[in-house]
Write a protein of this length. Structure first.
Length: 85
């Protein structure tokens, strides 16, 4: 299943990804816009159980969102992802 994921920047240099299952936060630098998406190892260490198997879904959705906004997208091992509760 491919859930609908909505992306919205917020003031703390973060990108909020909202789906029907929850909200995940990714790094979005603000000086020069750039999204740093966690690599699969960091993803599996950081996300809640409901998101563990959705690395590809979120990565592709985020990459597509970035492309549509003209924002560089990088998969990185030294970034963050966490659940907004």
């Amino acid at each position: 299943m491919n859930p609908y994921i909505q992306f919205e920047p917020r003031w703390r240099e973060e990108l909020v990804a909202t789906s029907s299952e929850g909200k995940l936060i990714f790094e979005l630098t603000m000086g020069e816009l750039h999204v740093y998406f966690p690599d699969e190892l960091l993803w599996n260490k950081s996300v809640p159980e409901w998101a563990k198997e959705k690395f590809e879904v979120y990565m592709e959705a985020c990459k597509k969102w970035c492309e549509g906004k003209g924002i560089p997208f990088t998969i990185a091992e030294s970034t963050f992802v966490y659940e907004l509760t």
